[in-house]
Design a protein around this ligand. Structure first.
Ligand SMILES: *[C@@H]1O[C@H](CO)[C@@H](O)[C@H](O)[C@H]1NC(C)=O
Ligand SMILES: *[C@@H]1O[C@H](CO)[C@@H](O)[C@H](O)[C@H]1NC(C)=O
Ligand SMILES: *[C@@H]1O[C@H](CO)[C@@H](O)[C@H](O)[C@H]1NC(C)=O
Length: 372
């Protein structure tokens, strides 16, 4: 009687056990315990403000931060950034800025090394081309990686100890590289042909940083591509009056500049393919920022972007509400009523609403490959 009961029980349970075992062995979920982020204003959570935000002091005041934090935090948006939504989705706290940790306790759940204005290529590259004076910061990607190496010694000492810890970490290398193009395009109006030769070098700098992190013990690495820059109000303003055939008739974006972003992304993808062969033990993921945001411009109503797609919520006027010498938060700038109905916040950066949709597509949708 007892034996029979056990048999029946096992018989009923077996299919479940088998199903469970096969799911967990083919798709082991990585439970990330920390995030390390590198990049620029798209993901800086306070580093640039920690050093006084010399080139963009107004990011230290409202309306920056008005939607979520109720105060300015140094984030270049009205609220949370993509990296904040990724941290939330993984059940981790927002990443503290590295430059505010210097003397404080080390943080085991992650650190943010991104700095507003940071470029993938080192400052020397821009100084050598008479573009140095436009840089907001010298804290390029390689500088951020050197900070990481320094910080690392506070969290683990032996290689074995570090490897165990970093196996459960998520490394985000970017988005970075956008400023390497913004500097010549937005600030000098440089023609496409003049900036195109930067692309292989920018990609190489991103790859070099990724390699450096993998050699430090990173296993799970996400490398994002460039945004559709032809839809950014700053670009649309600088290159206003371009040939009408340069504009997309459905979105109003500059197709020629979006093609430039895609060119960068194709080169990055190729380079990542090679890197995966070289480091088969690492999980090198590509985050398609272009794909995760381009639909905003084609189907704005689907996302509630009824206020504007290529016009900034906050800015100094003009057809795209962007004026380089009268930025969001400066006297004479105007602010929209509801940022959640806009894709763009200040002429360069996205709104919290745009970041939320992008993060959703990156974490749960098809835009990170292989998936997170
Ligand atoms: C930034 O880098 C350039 C070129 O290396 C250098 O001349 C300049 O002094 C640096 N600026 C700061 C603030 O460190
Ligand atoms: C990438 O690393 C290689 C090897 O160290 C170096 O020669 C090259 O200059 C680096 N490229 C960039 C863009 O930093
Ligand atoms: C941009 O702002 C400056 C400074 O407030 C102003 O003088 C200029 O006319 C503005 N440009 C345009 C195109 O509105």
């Amino acid at each position: 009687m007892t034996i029979m009961k056990v048999e029946v029980f096992a018989y009923l349970l077996l299919p479940f056990l088998v199903a469970f075992a096969s799911v967990s062995s083919t798709n082991p979920p990585v439970k990330y315990e920390s995030i390390f982020n590198f990049g620029n204003s798209l993901s800086d959570t306070g580093n640039y403000l920690a050093v006084g935000a010399p080139g963009l002091p107004f990011i230290g005041h409202l309306p920056y931060g008005e939607t979520y934090f109720g105060q300015a935090t140094g984030r270049c948006s009205d609220g949370r950034l993509i990296v904040d939504f990724i941290a939330e989705a993984l059940g981790l706290p927002f990443l503290p800025p590295y430059l505010k940790l210097a003397e404080g306790p080390y943080v085991k759940t992650g650190v943010n090394f991104a700095v507003v204005g940071a470029t993938a290529l080192d400052a020397e590259f821009f100084y050598a081309r008479n573009l140095g004076s436009i840089l907001l910061t010298n804290d390029s990607l390689s500088v951020q990686v050197s900070w990481f190496k320094k910080w690392k010694s506070s969290i683990c000492t032996t290689k074995h100890e570090c490897d165990i810890y970093f196996k459960k970490s998520l490394f985000l290398v970017g988005e970075i590289g956008g400023n390497d193009y913004n500097v010549p395009f937005i600030f000098t109006g440089a023609p496409l042909e003049q900036v195109r030769p930067f692309v292989p070098l920018v990609v190489e700098a991103v790859i070099n940083a990724t390699v450096a992190l993998i050699e430090e013990g990173a296993v799970n690495v996400v490398v994002p591509g460039n945004m559709p820059i032809g839809c950014i109000p700053a670009y649309l303003t600088t290159f206003q009056g371009s040939n009408p055939s340069d504009y997309n008739s459905k979105t109003g974006c500059l197709d020629t500049f979006n093609a430039f972003s895609e060119y960068h992304n194709e080169q990055l993808l190729e380079a990542l393919k090679k890197l995966r062969k070289k480091y088969p033990q690492a999980r090198i993921m590509y985050a398609d920022y272009y794909g995760a945001s381009i639909d905003f411009y084609y189907k704005p109503k689907r996302y509630g972007f009824t206020g504007g797609t290529i016009i900034a919520c906050c800015g100094g006027g003009g057809p795209y509400n962007f004026n380089l010498s009268r930025g969001c938060g400066q006297p004479g700038s105007t602010l929209c009523k509801d940022p959640s109905t806009f894709v763009n916040w200040d002429g360069v950066h996205g709104t919290e609403a745009a970041h939320r949709y992008m993060a959703k597509g990156l974490v749960y949708g098809p835009f990170t490959s292989p998936p997170l």
